[in-house]
Design a binder for this molecule. Structure first.
Ligand code: NAD
Length: 270
């Protein structure tokens, strides 16, 4: 028996990184089926190859209200309902600092990053809310260490992830008592998270930054950089009606201890 027996979920940005790990884990926990909203048809083909009839893919951009509505409809049509929305698609800003921007590029980057990271989540919530009210289900959003602390990106990314904290609280308030709304906040994780096109970094991956994994591991109290799979247990717990029915407006931090960055120095012999 899994923790999510017979559940149906919809995951955005499901074709790689944390989203893909969540899809794999939800199915391993007994989920009946998963709708995925992903960006291009080749990614959808790859997902059908791995998961077959266990998924239904909608190809589209999370910034589009229609794409989000289609993804919910396709999921409900194929699997007969919806229990959990996982809003997860995102872009990073490659630490773009305020003083290096010109005004026009800052505006374009802000609009792109906020449209994917904040509007994309809100549109998914809007599209999924009726089905989740009916099933008394829940929403889970992927936040970040950058939702709480400086240093996980530049001001645009950090502000976008902070905005999602407010969104979770307000949605949890508005959608109670039928729908629980929570978040998972990973820290630095080995994924191909991309940058914004407005900065010409649409193909640049976080995990390709030289020394990224070592630098993160070194700075973290727990001494390692997470893999996407390391976060999935939090999503399972929050999605489970039996194991977290009293939890809403909560954000589980899964960041190797970012808040207490650094380690006490000890002599080798201690
Ligand atoms: P990833 O690149 O593997 O996943 C991001 C997904 O979002 C991809 O599938 C991508 O195609 C999709 N996406 C981006 N823009 C889209 C759009 N406009 N329309 C549809 N899909 C779009 O990277 P990841 O690290 O797994 O990212 C998942 C989430 O985790 C993001 O919200 C990210 O901010 C967050 N996060 C990542 C880290 C990290 O270090 N990797 C740390 C904290 C939080």
């Amino acid at each position: 028996m899994g923790w999510l027996n017979d559940n149906v979920a919809l995951v955005t940005g499901a074709n790689s990184g944390i989203g893909l790990a969540v899809v794999r884990r939800f199915l391993a926990e007994g989920a009946r089926g998963i709708g995925v909203l992903i960006r291009d048809a080749a990614q959808a083909d790859a997902m059908y190859k791995e998961f077959g009839e266990k998924i239904v893919a909608t190809v589209g951009d999370v910034r589009s209200p229609d794409a989000n509505a289609e993804a919910v409809e396709a999921t409900v049509r194929k699997f007969g309902g919806l229990d959990t929305l996982v809003g997860n698609a995102g872009v990073w800003d490659h630490f773009a600092s305020l003083r290096k921007f010109d005004g026009a590029t800052l505006k374009a980057t802000f609009e792109e990053v906020f449209a994917v990271n904040v509007l994309g989540y809100m549109l998914a919530a809007h599209a999924a809310a009726p089905a989740l009210r009916e099933s008394r289900g829940s929403m889970i959003f992927t936040l970040s260490n950058a939702s709480f602390y400086a240093g996980g990106g530049g001001p645009v990314y950090v502000a976008s992830k902070h905005a999602c904290v407010g969104m979770i609280k307000q949605l949890a308030y508005e959608l109670a008592p039928e729908v629980r709304v929570n978040g998972v906040a990973p820290g630095g994780t080995v994924t191909p998270l991309k940058g914004p096109q407005s900065l010409g970094r649409g193909n640049d991956r976080l995990s390709d930054i030289p020394g990224f994994a070592e630098t993160v591991a070194d700075a973290m109290p727990l001494g390692f950089i997470a893999q996407p799979e390391d976060h999935t247990g939090h999503y399972v717990l929050l999605a489970s009606r039996t194991n977290s029915r009293a939890t809403t407006a909560a954000i589980f931090q899964s960041d190797c201890g970012w808040e207490i960055r650094g380690r006490p120095t000890r002599k080798k012999s201690q």
